[in-house]
Design a protein around this ligand. Structure first.
Ligand SMILES: Nc1nc2c(ncn2[C@@H]2O[C@H](COP(=O)(O)OP(=O)(O)OP(=O)(O)O)[C@@H](O)[C@H]2O)c(=O)[nH]1
Length: 334
């Protein structure tokens, strides 16, 4: 593939951690909202609902991801079934069980990105939805529970899990994956509740600082990871920055979504992938290797003083469109 200068740091970080990522669509209006209060908290709603409930200080970026491969699982439904119309030449009755499970949404985002603010906005908006909130407070002192509007409104339930469950204190604070996994791995949850989507709040003023943060070798940048797991991304606090900064951030987020989507959805077609990246702010060459959905990458030796800093990517597989890949990659460049 082409050689093009300058990739972003978060793109490199994506290579380190995306092999376990996944996605699923927000398919219907939610009546339940799971609010997992950990360091980076968790929020979500459908496109229509989010559009009507987010403030003027927000921008929504939609992911095109359609499948959550890692956590897919079959479920059985004991409720009524729907039948396809019978035809004269067919006596086969097709039964499609409706998925009547309660839809749930996860809201995540970095510290102070605006999760509680969004939640309060949703809980006090006039949408007629019945909303239950599960808040996972990390730490002994519950502050956010008292800040959530529903508590005073009295119309909804807030269940505080001060013992550390849903799962975050044990399995990781910043990474939404363990919470997502709970919806698939726990029978009691899976049979009654379907995870409808993951929404990530991004603070327009501070996000770049977190995205650029260089982590120790092998440690994934949580801000990048939260974006990679999202179905919908809300760029918040746009009143605190100028429009070009918002546009630049949105472009950067799109690049992250592109790479995540590519690695997840085309893994069967991509037999082999390898490359060398010139990452903005990094003195070393960033080398990555991939075989189907197994990827790894790490900083390599220092760039030579007279060595041109270029990116080289090689994809070997089937049904791959070189121009499309190049276009997607170019959109990731700073
Ligand atoms: N200027 C501005 N401030 C905002 C906006 N949204 C939220 N804030 C402020 O940002 C601060 C943090 O908001 P929260 O909603 O508490 O953020 P959080 O993600 O729940 O915070 P943590 O629980 O610490 O992770 C508060 O002072 C909010 O008033 C916005 O769109 N613009």
């Amino acid at each position: 593939m082409a050689t093009i200068p300058s990739a972003s740091m978060d793109m490199a970080a994506t290579f380190l951690g995306l092999a376990k990522s996944h996605s699923f669509p927000l398919s219907s209006i939610n009546t339940t909202l799971f609010f997992c209060k950990t360091r980076p908290k968790i929020i979500a709603q459908t496109r229509k609902f989010l559009t009507s409930t987010t403030s003027a200080n927000s921008r929504i970026v939609y992911s095109s991801k359609q499948t959550r491969k890692c956590f897919s699982r079959r479920f059985t439904v004991s409720g009524a079934t729907t039948s396809a119309p019978e035809t004269e030449d067919s006596d086969v009755l097709t039964k499609i069980p409706p998925d009547n499970r309660i839809p749930a949404t996860i809201i995540t985002g970095f510290l102070g990105s605006g999760k509680t603010t969004l939640l309060n906005h949703i809980l006090t908006a006039d949408h007629g939805k019945r909303i239950a909130v599960i808040e996972n407070e990390y730490g002994e002192v519950d502050i956010d529970g008292s800040l959530v509007a529903a508590k005073s409104a009295g119309a909804e339930d807030i269940v505080m899990l001060n013992n550390g469950c849903l799962c975050c204190t044990v399995r990781g604070l910043a990474n939404p994956a363990p919470i997502i996994q709970t919806f698939y791995a726990e029978d009691q949850v899976f049979n009654d509740v379907k995870l409808d989507g993951v929404v990530t709040l991004v603070d327009a003023k501070h996000a770049v600082f977190h995205l650029d943060e260089v982590k120790p070798k092998g440690v994934v940048n949580e801000a990048v990871e939260q974006i990679a797991y999202a179905d919908r991304i809300i760029v918040n606090k746009t009143d605190l920055v100028r429009e070009p900064e918002v546009a630049s951030l949105v472009e950067r987020i799109k690049a992250n979504i592109w790479l995540g989507t590519l690695l997840l959805e085309r893994s069967e077609d991509i037999y082999r992938m390898k490359g060398l990246l010139s990452v903005h702010g990094m003195d070393e060459r960033f080398v990555f290797q991939g075989v189907h959905d197994i990827f790894q990458g790490s900083p390599d030796r220092l760039w030579g003083s007279d060595e041109p800093r270029i990116n080289k990517l090689v994809f070997i597989g089937k049904n791959l469109d070189a121009q499309e890949l190049e276009k997607g990659f170019k959109a990731c460049l700073l």
